[in-house]
Design a protein around this ligand. Structure first.
Ligand SMILES: C[C@H](O)[C@H](O)CC(=O)C(=O)O
Ligand SMILES: [Mg+2]
Length: 398
């Protein structure tokens, strides 16, 4: 059986929402006084865009096979990621077989170790890996969830991340996760406001609806512990990413300090099996939340998930739309998924990577039938109305 080879790899950039979901306009809930590690500087407190959260933009990776099939993926990374793809990573793909996922992953990872390991480089590698899975699915005419071993359930269930868990409840989601608004630099008054916002939302949604707080790396152990203790009264289900990602010791201590029954979650800014090994072996959290577009791609997420399973830890991937849906469908230890509310007021369901993808499925009544994912590859196409820019064009290969 002849297996197509990879003919050409191309990297493009795109602006305006999509995979770089923080790249939104004024008045969006996702940029409205959200606590961050930069909140200690008053001038960077009101807007995350003010400190550059959206400087990178979206990276689009396209991989063309010798039979003319093209796979693609989007992630965060923009122009510097495009440079890494075109000038460094492409060499490990062009000429390889489209089935060489493990070999290509290892070569991309080992060859960038001296400047990579986490962050931008692993985002980039993840984008390439996802594009390769898309290509393989298209060549085999199978959805990625089938390539992964097949779905273990008929539908996905979602919680919603956004400013309005009360509306998410009406839309059928199983829970709502709000961004924390005030960090330690805003003192006792900020802490009180955080708890008041939670109390108000609990009153609106009633007793049983899940409510979670996303702290986006903004707290210290003392503040996080006091927040968790204060939030217990309002039935907080989990406290997310309370501490900087490198503070494994802080997470382990926080997990012991939170009120019984409250979960500690983290991992969206962690990468590779080696990073997640730290979280798992140190007992840092109850749920890990890798982002498949940032943690090393699908090839790596499968390994991270197996490691988590052996530690009796759930894997609920961060955001990432179809790239997460195909994965969650296939794992017993991923019982539900996240849906990021990208409508500016979080008052309606719009596709998570809008406007960059076409054919991106969304939850209906908080659920999605797996059959919605039954298209070759990840089942999405690039929206031709979003203008692609190829900053490091190496031209077409013969
Ligand atoms: C709302 C959070 O600050 C962030 O923008 C998204 C996130 O961390 C999550 O969905 O989880
Ligand atoms: Mg988060």
């Amino acid at each position: 059986m002849s297996i197509p080879t990879i003919k050409h790899v191309r990297a493009f950039t795109l602006r305006g929402g999509g995979a770089d979901y923080h790249d939104q306009g004024d008045g969006h809930w996702i940029d409205d006084h959200i606590a961050t590690p930069m909140s200690k500087y008053p001038q960077y407190r009101q807007s995350r865009r003010s400190f550059g959260i959206n400087v990178l933009g979206t990276l689009v990776v396209e991989i063309e096979a010798s039979d003319g099939t093209v796979g693609f993926a989007v992630t965060t990374g923009g122009e510097p990621a495009a440079y890494i793809v075109e000038h460094h990573l492409a060499r490990f793909l062009e000429g390889a077989r489209v089935t060489d996922l493990e070999l290509i992953w290892d070569q991309m990872y080992q060859s960038t170790l001296y400047y990579g390991r986490k962050g931008l480089v692993i985002n980039t590698l993840s984008g390439v890996d996802l594009a390769l899975w898309d290509l393989l699915g298209k060549i085999r005419q199978e959805p990625v969830h089938q390539l992964l071993g097949g779905a273990v359930r008929d539908e996905l269930q979602f919680y919603a991340t956004g400013a309005r868990p009360d509306l998410a409840q009406k839309m059928g989601f199983i829970g709502g996760k709000m961004a924390l608004h005030h960090g330690p630099a805003e003192g006792e008054e900020g802490l009180r406001k955080n708890l008041e916002e939670l109390a108000t939302m609990r009153e609106r949604v009633g007793k049983d609806f899940w409510l979670m707080l996303d702290c986006w790396m903004s707290l210290d152990l003392n503040y996080a512990t006091r927040l968790a203790q204060g939030a217990a009264e309002f039935g907080l289900k989990w406290i997310e990413e309370a501490l900087p990602p490198d503070d494994y010791w802080g997470y382990a201590a926080l997990r012991k300090a939170v009120p019984s029954g409250m979960l500690v979650t983290t991992g969206e800014h962690e990468a590779t099996r080696w990073g997640f090994r730290m979280l798992l072996e140190m007992g840092c959290c109850d749920i890990i939340q890798p982002d498949v577009g940032w943690c090393g791609g699908l090839t790596e997420l499968v390994k991270i998930s197996a490691l988590a399973d052996a530690h009796n830890t759930l894997v609920v991937p961060h955001g990432s739309s179809v790239y997460s849906y195909h994965f969650v469908a296939t794992r017993h230890n991923s019982p539900f998924a996240e849906f990021l509310m990208m409508a500016p007021k979080a008052d309606e369901v719009v596709p998570m990577f809008h406007p960059q993808l076409l054919g991106e499925p969304v939850p209906e009544n908080g659920r999605m039938r797996i059959s919605r994912l039954d298209q070759p590859g990840f089942g999405v196409t690039l929206n031709p109305e979003c203008p692609l820019h190829r900053p490091y064009d190496r031209g077409a290969r013969p």
